[in-house]
Every structure is written in C-alpha cells, then in structure tokens.
Design a protein around this ligand. Structure first.
Ligand code: BTN
Length: 244
C-alpha cells in the first residue's frame, strides 16, 4: 500500500478523488489530503478535517461480494488500532468502525463501494484520524465524544512515520483478509473491542434496538441481548453507548 501516493494540500474529500481515480488506479493507491474542505462522515454527516489530521483514502479491488464489504471496514479498523498501540496509545475498536483512545473517538472510517450487480469493482476506504490538532479545531456540533492524539498524548506525533506504519499494517491485514478465513481477523478484533459488555442503543435504518452487547459474531455482526431477553444479531447500524 502507498506505492502510488496522490497528495493534495487542500481538496474537498479524499474519498471523492479516490473514487474518480479508482477505475484506472492500481490497487493500494492512496490519496492524502492535508486539509479537506468537504470531509464526509458516515450517514451523510460532515467530518471536520483541519490541518494536522491524517485524512486519506485507499483504493482496493478485492474479489468479494457486495455484502462482504463491511468486513473490510472492520479489518482496517483493526489496522488503525494496532498502529496506534504501537505508538503507545490505549486504542480500542468501537463496533462497527470507530477507533477510540482512552474511550474517546480519534478515528472514523468511511467505506464506499462501486459494484456492478453483486460484484465489487472497487472499494474506497477513507480513514480520518484526529492527530496533531486539538478538540478546539473541531466545530462543537461535530465533536460528540471525540478526542485527538495530541490531546491524549500531550504532544504531536510524526505523521509520516505513523502513516508508514499504518499502511504496513493495512497491507498485512489485507493479505490476511484475502487468504485466511475472516474469523481469524474477527478473533483479534474481539480482543481489542471496546463495545462488548456495553449497554447500547443501536440505530438502524428502520428501527432502534436497546440492550447489552454480549459479543461480536465471527462474521462481524453485533450480538445484542435485548431488554426483552432475546439475543439479536445486528449486521449494520450506529451504536451509541447509553452509559459511560
Ligand atoms: C465517520 O466516522 O463518520 C467516518 C469519517 C471518515 C473520515 C475520512 S477522512 C478521509 C476520508 N475522506 C472523507 O471525506 N471522509 C473520510
């Protein structure tokens, strides 16, 4: 990963640039933007992307069905978590695709897929890490339960060194993803999960479920013990902790 790097001082969204380049780009090509003016988050939300953060997208061409694309997001959440831990941060994964440091969000992942019927043509994995910036650089309405690496670590990190480490981790996990059963990756994700044991509300497109997270399945679904005692398997949704 990162053999081909497209760098921009300022651009709308690295995911949009990556999507335009994707049809002709080599797998593993990355787009790095110093400052995004139109950073996008999940569910159509905005993503604050000031100078000092790490905002980049990776182009992949995996041979997978559309339904397996969310597994890639989980896989790269693991890569970010491992890279942060190598840098001394207490990083954990919040299902499905946030990375927390000291219990607060430092990273979000936005995966976008271009598929023909059920065959994936390309996937763009957009990763945003609040690095050398402070929470004050994020507009109040977008802060939620966020933090930055500088606020948590008390100093700036070497972003180039970090990105090198992260790209290496991503490549390793991608090879594992492509050659090994997904359950192997999931087992590691489960050990680094912040979500198991939490009381949560899960927002899905048509409804809400409440209960306690009792596990994550080998396919990456959240296992929720609902307040009525039933265990429900949730494949996709937005997870909100109801207690700290
Ligand atoms: C989220 O948690 O809502 C996902 C945030 C993803 C942000 C990254 S920054 C790089 C890439 N370009 C974007 O516009 N978004 C993603």
């Amino acid at each position: 990963f990162g053999k081909n790097i497209h760098y921009y001082d300022e651009a709308g969204s690295s995911n949009d640039i990556a999507k335009k380049l994707a049809p002709t780009a080599e797998e593993g090509t990355i787009v790095v933007v110093e400052q995004q003016t139109g950073g996008r988050g999940r569910l159509g939300r905005q993503w604050a992307s000031p100078k000092g953060g790490i905002w980049f997208s990776t182009i992949l061409k995996p041979r997978i069905a559309l339904s397996a694309a969310s597994r890639l997001t989980l896989t790269f959440g693991l890569s970010v978590t491992k890279a942060l831990r190598e840098f001394g941060f207490d990083a954990k994964i919040k299902w499905p695709n946030d990375v927390l440091v000291n219990g607060k969000k430092v990273c979000g992942i936005l995966t976008e897929v271009d598929a023909e019927i059920d065959t994936v043509e390309f996937v763009v994995i957009g990763i945003g890490i609040n690095a050398n910036m402070s929470l004050k650089d994020i507009p109040e309405e977008l802060r939620e339960n966020s933090t930055t690496l500088r606020d948590e670590g008390g100093k700036s990190i070497d972003r180039v060194e970090f990105l090198q480490k992260l790209l290496f981790e991503m490549e390793q996990e991608y090879i594992r993803f492509s050659t090994r059963p997904f359950s192997e990756i999931m087992e590691e994700i489960i050990t680094l999960s912040d979500t198991i044991g939490r009381e949560v509300t899960v927002n899905m497109p048509n409804r809400i479920a409440e209960g306690t997270v009792v596990g994550i399945s080998k396919t990456g679904a959240l296992l929720l013990k609902r307040t009525d005692g039933e265990i429900e398997e949730i494949i996709a949704g937005r997870c909100i902790y109801t207690k700290k």
